[in-house]
Design a protein around this ligand. Structure first.
Ligand SMILES: [Zn+2]
Length: 445
């Protein structure tokens, strides 16, 4: 056993057993012990005294569109992982689409890894993609270490990533279930979208009407039926419609292998406040009404929704036109997700421990990253140091995202990330970054 090199001491360390004053011992990048606050410093160890700043496990964001290679003018591994680090995220899992190539074959996965390896400031894993014509690629991708497979049930927004109809969904899910993989799904039903009024133009109410709740509810019901039939593991991406919550709760109670995520923008922004023409607020499914948001918070509290991820999906500013029908759909939130969620959570009476559970522990669990998501012996020494009661006002110019378009501009948020640590090394503090120290992660067999 190697000697303790570093001890991080704080009056508020968030552990799986609760928040307490503690000293966290680190050796060779791994947490070796969570000791009493005033435990004597092991010989030769360096002390990092954090005072009253909170030490929490680095966040694990399992829904990020890095778009690299291929659409690097939208984002890229360098900028995305710096933004994530600045926001207290230490692991991200990259979505298979919007990059060129998409991550739909083992060859394409290799291409993406080659691009990412020298640019990753935090740890990076990859989702594979399930397309109508790549069922034969799913098992090889699984064996190559992707964390699961993403599918769309309605058009994805990019031609190279077509969606699955119900037959193709059944075929892909049967294949994925054969090796007990995980299918993650953009659940909006295309027929309900087609039937909805497609006004176009700058009015947010028209856009909202074009992506109705029943499109989500129907697609989720279909997905649950397929998962039940095949005893397959499925995950609902970016849940927005609170109308789907009862059927999700029922399916979970019945034992369907179902998990669900939602996103900071659904939890902190409301349809009522989106200005017309402000397509930095456009995403699919859309940000809905305040009453809908209240129910999403309830569902997080009672466990119907498992976790919170960014769905960071940027584009260049010119694609964010004032026509909601044609503007690129996607919200940039990587650097701000912790502060945005914490700000709303504290106002609603939730604790920072809750936020850590939703944004670190449960997401790590979703993808089986047993070394991430908690401050306890045996896990990677990945941390965020947070001043939870300090505020800042979001200045787009201060963001590390390649394109500094954000729906959060001008908002005052609680929670200043003082520093972020990866395997015992401080990778960013006060806007100063080290060289990239991230690793590429593969699914633990
Ligand atoms: Zn997404």
């Amino acid at each position: 056993m190697s000697d303790v090199e570093l001890v991080l001491r704080s009056t508020r360390v968030i552990t799986p057993e609760g928040t307490r004053a503690a000293s966290v011992a680190v050796s060779a990048g791994t947490i070796t012990a969570v000791l009493p606050y005033d435990a004597p410093l092991p010989e030769g160890a360096r002390l990092e005294d954090l005072g009253d700043d909170v030490l929490l496990p680095g966040l694990v964001d399992t829904h990020v569109h890095v778009n690299d290679p291929g659409r690097t003018e939208w984002e890229g591994f360098w900028t995305a992982t710096r933004a994530a680090a600045a926001g207290g995220i230490t692991t991200l899992v990259d979505m298979p689409l919007n990059s060129l190539p998409p991550t739909t074959t083992v060859d394409h996965l290799r291409t993406k890894k080659d691009v990412a390896v020298d640019k990753a400031h935090i740890d990076v894993g990859f989702w594979g993609g399930a397309l109508p014509d790549n069922v034969k690629d799913l098992r090889p991708l699984h064996e190559a270490g992707v964390f699961g497979f993403k599918a769309f049930l309605s058009p994805s927004g990019v031609d190279e990533f077509p969606h699955l109809d119900q037959d193709r969904l059944a075929r892909a899910l049967a294949e994925i279930a054969s090796f007990d993989g995980l299918l993650i799904v953009h659940a909006e039903d295309p027929h309900h979208l087609d039937a909805a009024p497609q006004q176009g133009g700058p009015r947010y109410t028209d856009f909202l009407a074009s992506r109705p709740r029943d499109a989500e509810d129907t697609a989720i019901a279909q997905l649950i039926a397929q998962a039940r039939r095949l005893d397959a593991r499925v995950h609902v991406l970016h849940l927005s419609s609170s109308d789907a919550l009862p059927l999700i709760a029922e399916a979970k109670a019945e034992g369907v292998r179902l998990t669900v995520e939602t996103c900071p923008h659904y939890l902190t922004l409301t349809a009522e406040e989106v200005p017309d023409g402000a397509s930095e607020f456009k995403c699919c499914p859309p940000i809905r009404e305040a009453a809908n948001q209240d129910l999403l918070w309830q569902a997080l509290a009672d466990g119907t929704i498992d976790c919170v991820v960014t769905d960071h999906s940027p584009s260049t500013a010119d694609l964010k036109t004032d026509d909601f029908a044609t503007a690129w759909g996607g919200i940039s939130g990587l650097q701000l997700s912790l502060a945005a969620v914490w700000t709303e959570a504290r106002g609603r009476g939730h604790s920072l421990e809750d936020v850590v559970r939703w944004m670190s522990a449960r997401t790590a669990e979703l993808v089986g990253l047993t070394r991430k998501g908690a401050i306890e012996a045996g896990r990677d020494a990945d941390f965020a140091v947070l001043a939870p009661d300090e505020t800042f006002t979001v200045d787009p110019a201060a963001l590390q995202h390649r394109n500094r378009v954000t729906a959060y501009a001008g908002r005052t948020l609680y929670g200043v990330v003082r520093s972020t640590w990866l395997r015992g090394e401080r990778i960013v503090a006060d806007g100063e970054f080290t060289n990239p120290k991230g690793r590429l992660l593969t699914r633990t067999p």
